[in-house]
Write a protein that binds this ligand. Sequence first.
Ligand code: MLC
Ligand code: AMP
Length: 504
Amino acid sequence: MTEILTTIAALQRAVAHAPHRPFLLFEGRAYPYATVAAAASRWATRLRAAGVERGDRVALYLENSPAFVAAYLGAHMIGAIVVLINTQYRHTELRHILSDSQARVIIVGDQAHADLVCQAQENAQTIRADAVVLEETGDMPDWASAPAPHDIALLGYTSGTTGRSKGAMLTHANLMANSAAVTRAWHWTEQDRLLLTLPLFHIHGLGVGLNGALFTASTVDLRRGFDATDVIDTLTRGETTMFFGVPTMYTRLIAEARRRLAEGAPFRVDTVRLFVSGSAPLTPQTFAEFEELFGQRILERYGMTETIMNLTNPYDGERRPGTVGMPFPGQEARIVDVRTRQPIPDGVIGEIQVRGPNVFAGYWRNPQATAEAFDADGWFNTGDLGWRGADGYFVITGRARELIISGGYNIYPREVEEVLLDHPAVAEVAVVGLPDPEFGEQVVAVVVPTAQPRDGLEQELIDWCRARLASYKKPRRVIFAATLPRNALGKVQKHLLQQQLQEA
Ligand code: MLC
Ligand code: AMP
């Protein structure tokens, strides 16, 4: 069998092999592989007409839908680079991503999103997702302009400590090497049906979920978003074989299962052969409660936008709570000293480094950040801390970079701090993450005000952030303080602040 090295080669294989098999199920309709390929081809034509050429950027600012998938593959059909944008992003994030990626076209779901795009970038060329018909078959896809394996397929914007996110360049070969590894490790076949409620604009939903299905020519039961009632109803109907989610989704499934049990309303999940969790740490408590209620051991894995999937608990062996398992087939991982970046013995905490065909090609238009991310032997510094046990299981213990993960979404304190500093009532600010029972962590802002804080200022600052950034980045609490704890160099000591707030 020839090796599949681009998304379009995977699509072509699926169409040749199983044209009538549903690729997507969405809101009561089935979209077979041949139909999605025909719709992608119409998108390719539409994008060409808009002036998009090979290597140009096409941004998707779209909710989950078959149109998202058709536009994604249509852009790839003509060798364009897809830029992923979270639909919660507002002016600050949009303006940066659109200008940094220099997207030629932005595909939007509705007028409200088109307006947000135009406010962020005056000359943006937007196309509505409904501009292209999805349901028809008929046109034969034009495979002639298909991309090459080392062409860039995606820019996934993700950030470091600067507050400005960077576009991680994932090639087609990266995407498909990752899908090959994931599908092998998790025994994913064309018989599978994945219930996918994760957003397609991040790597968990797209790079693991959608691409894995495309690679195996299997079926995705796609939802607009996550709803615990709908998920348990769907699993009970008995056709789903896999579910992937972030820990917050599992917490909500546990609560929903308890509610049903209390009401004597039965549910079943016996057709599901695999539940996977990732994007944030799954607590051993959630693991145990889920096993007790659903009779299944969640498989936890670890990934990143830059690398897609890195480490996984075994499918057949022991799925050990509190660990993220071992490297996927064909990949490597090791622990190094945070300062010297030299390998250190098992059991000692250091930074996790990874290497393999899944690892991205660098940051878009940012050679300096790219150079800092890799060592001379091609190991990528993940910025995550952990240790490896003698039996090969990795444990993540924390992060070397400042990052808050809330419900599987990343929040960079610096980005929120910059927005708060623009408010006239804020003199100084430090944003930290505190433990949260539902989202894992929550955003808290400690503000030194310019004057005695007036009534209602806390809510005003929260609304200020919500108007400028994705809503999930807004502080859940604002605490006013006279000063911030700083070290001798003047740097805010956030660990002290976190400690004080947790003790308070
Ligand atoms: C939503 N809200 C959140 C939030 N999600 N607040 C904090 N943290 C979150 N994660 C807020 C909204 O801003 C809004 O606030 C309110 O909740 C309702 O929004 P919603 O969209 O209706 O929420 P809901 O559907 O319940 O979302 C919860 C969720 C979602 C868990 C389903 O957060 C989610 O899909 N998370 C997955 C993210 C993901 O895919 N991450 C993978 C990244 S890739 P208001 O005030 O405006 O009403 C990666 C690599 C890897 O990390 O390893 O996978
Ligand atoms: P992103 O930059 O959005 O791709 O998020 C990637 C980050 O999510 C990683 O660097 C980790 O910090 C975190 N992450 C992903 N999976 C896990 C996991 N299973 N356990 C703990 N952290 C995780």
